[in-house]
Design a binder for this molecule. Structure first.
Ligand code: ZN
Length: 655
């Protein structure tokens, strides 16, 4: 590990708070030091308050901010005096601590100060840095942890046995350091057993570089002791198994979860360790990881279903052993170790699942290094429980708010580069789904990216390409819950005696057969989906055909029949299949103003009359169709299958 400090970069950050922002980002940039909101930093400054009085203030990381991307606004300005007064109190409840910290802020709109604010305040240095560095954890989480820390650092650090973070930790450190001159004693940092490390100095660079130096010493000691990581080449991924696993974990959680499979050599190697079910389940690297990863991962055995059931039962038992009036969280694992396949993480969004996976990676590295050099020993389950169910930590999770209707779901939408398909993808994405869009047009890539989804250029009449796209979606996100089969073409109008065979064949290939193939390839995964639904996009033409549209109408009519058969076949496995029959939408690129004017003239209408020639006299827009498709895929239509839903403003030939 080396210092990332650069004088020229540092110059761009003015003042003490600026330098605090700069070195906080340097810490945040290294996943070996902190991950996803972990760690915290502070700087003490003297400023003039609103009333013109000179006041000593602690700028400390606000909760909800990530060190990697923090800005000046991410630091809460807290008056030093009340923080130091709190450190003198023999007891202080969490609720009172949080309340008094907020009351001591100069700006009530600033974020909540870190729960370690008091500890930052009592350290008599202007800059204080705190991380959960992997190498430090690997040293401390072992049966002779304290001895190993002493062996590496000698008298250069204070060692603090594990206590709960927050007030108790601050109070413990205060008892240890009051009245001492740490600098004169040559003390450069504090090692918190089973938790992390603090460094400090009166300037930003020294505090940061002391962190780098101490953590590097720990890394060197581990390397010298022969620590290395397992590595096994991955085989073919078991995608059906992955979809089944995601389905079961989602049901245990009570909502759709995104699954991210890490099949790297490191992940497969870790999962293949002969003692993995013991090693992986001794506990987390640091207690606050348990908020995102739960205390331990699930390790799958031969019978995967039974392994997950046993995990849930054990989680309930763990809760029962330690609960003192709390409400149990869901019993679903967030990390699953799957021998032969790798490691799978779960979250309600891709970002959440990725954060869990980052923590899992840091954990398996730390666990292996510790195990090989002195033995891996995590904190007791009671200590972990107290942090997992600590109200201050639960508050971080509660900030999430009400979930969207398709949150955590994976939706495959075809023909979604523009028009109705894009509108469907947009509606699903806005309601929380991860959308994979397939289209012949290259615009699909940028279009889906604008929705936070993934766009792939695919010719849907090509079997191999369709199969690859379907498998790719499962590989990336763990399964498929929603299929919107929309891709279609409007073939030129030709009377039967003039109908070019090519016209007929092409309509059948795109408007019918491509949907049948897509169903064939997605159904095995949809069977394991969460509240799975298929929505086929038909046409008003099915019920109200027009002369000269044989190739289009017949294909769409057959697609409707395909929907009815699919509904019959899939009802026993809980997959719904419905079809929507939209009338023409005119808000697409297909309809230029000239085209519209020409068509309206043919009917002897104005353009406005032509666009709303239905019983309700209303224009059908792509967005109307998208909203209906998203609704048909939602629990709103949870009791409906095999249905044909018109979105046509009312049509006397259909009614
Ligand atoms: Zn910490």
């Amino acid at each position: 590990m080396r210092s990332l400090w650069s004088d020229s970069q540092a110059e761009g950050f003015a003042g003490d708070l600026g330098k605090r922002v700069y070195t906080s980002r340097l810490l945040g940039a290294d996943p070996e030091l902190v991950l996803h909101g972990g760690g915290n930093t502070s700087v003490k400054v003297r400023e003039t308050d609103f009333f013109g009085e000179s006041t000593e203030i602690l700028y400390v990381k606000g909760s909800g901010w990530d060190l990697a991307t923090i800005e000046a606004a991410g630091f809460a300005p807290v008056r030093m005096k009340p923080l130091l007064q709190m450190a003198e109190m023999p007891h202080l409840s969490d609720a009172d601590m949080v309340k008094q910290q907020r009351a001591a802020m100069l700006d009530p709109e600033a974020p909540n100060p870190s729960i370690e604010a008091i500890l930052h305040a009592i350290l008599p240095f202007r800059f204080v840095d705190h991380t959960h560095a992997n190498a430090i954890i690997a040293l401390t989480n072992s049966p002779r942890g304290e001895e190993r820390v002493r062996g590496v650092f000698g008298g250069a650090v204070l060692v603090v046995p594990y206590v709960m973070p927050g007030f108790i930790l601050a109070r413990t450190v205060w008892e240890l350091i009051r009245g001492r001159d740490l600098a004169a004693e040559g003390i450069r940092g504090i090692i918190l057993m089973n938790h992390g490390i603090f460094t400090f100095a009166d300037d930003a660079r020294t505090s940061y570089e002391t962190m780098i130096d101490l953590v590097s010493q720990a890394e060197a000691a581990l390397a010298a002791a022969g620590a290395r990581l397992a590595s096994v080449a991955p085989g073919a991924p078991d995608l059906l198994g992955l979809a089944e696993l995601r389905g079961q974990v989602s049901r245990m959680q009570g909502a759709a979860m995104i699954a991210r499979l890490d099949a790297s050599e490191a992940a497969v190697g870790y999962a293949a360790l002969p003692n993995i079910s013991d090693l992986a389940t001794r506990g987390p690297a640091t207690p606050d990881h348990s908020i995102r990863t739960k205390r331990i991962p699930a390790v799958l055995g031969e019978d995967r279903r039974a392994s997950l059931e046993a995990y849930a039962a054990e989680y309930a038992a763990y809760f029962g052993r330690h609960a003192t009036g709390q409400t149990m969280l869901d019993p679903a694992p967030r990390v699953v170790i799957w021998p032969g396949q790798g490691v799978v993480s779960f979250g309600r969004s891709v970002a959440e699942a990725d954060a869990v996976l980052d923590i899992a990676r840091a954990t398996w590295e730390t666990v292996q290094k510790a195990e090989m050099t002195g033995g891996w020993q995590a904190l007791s389950e009671k200590d972990i429980f107290e942090v997992e169910y600590w109200d201050l930590e639960q508050a971080k999770l509660r900030k999430g708010g009400q979930a969207k209707v398709h949150q955590g779901k994976v939706a495959l939408v075809t023909g979604s580069a523009a028009g109705i398909g894009f509108a469907c993808a947009e509606a699903l994405a806005m309601q929380g789904a991860k959308v994979i869009g397939l289209d012949l047009s290259e615009e699909i890539v940028a279009g889906m990216a604008s929705l936070g989804g993934v766009g792939k250029v695919v010719n849907l009449t090509n079997d191999a390409a369709v199969l690859e796209a379907v498998e790719g979606a499962v590989r990336e996100f763990g399964g498929i819950d929603i299929l919107v089969s929309n891709a279609g073409i409007f073939t030129a109008g030709q009377y039967l005696d003039q109908l070019a065979q090519e016209n007929w064949d092409k309509s059948m290939a795109v408007n019918l057969t491509s949907h049948q193939k897509l169903l064939k390839y997605t159904i095995p995964y949809l069977k394991h989906g969460i509240d799975p639904a298929i929505v086929l996009v038909g046409s008003r033409n099915v019920q109200a055909p027009g002369a000269g549209a044989a190739s289009y109408s017949c294909a769409k009519a057959a697609l409707t029949q395909l929907c009815r058969v699919a509904a019959l076949e899939l009802a026993p496995v809980g997959v719904r299949c419905n079809i929507i029959h939209p009338d023409a939408v005119f808000d697409t690129k297909l309809w230029t103003p000239e085209n519209l004017a020409r068509s309206a003239e043919r009917y002897g209408m104005t353009v406005e009359e032509y666009k709303s020639r239905n019983l309700l006299r209303t224009e059908i827009k792509s967005r109307d169709v998208g909203a209906m498709v998203a609704a048909m895929a939602s629990p709103l239509f949870g009791k409906t299958t095999g249905a044909q839903i018109p979105v046509d403003g009312g049509n006397d030939r259909v009614i």
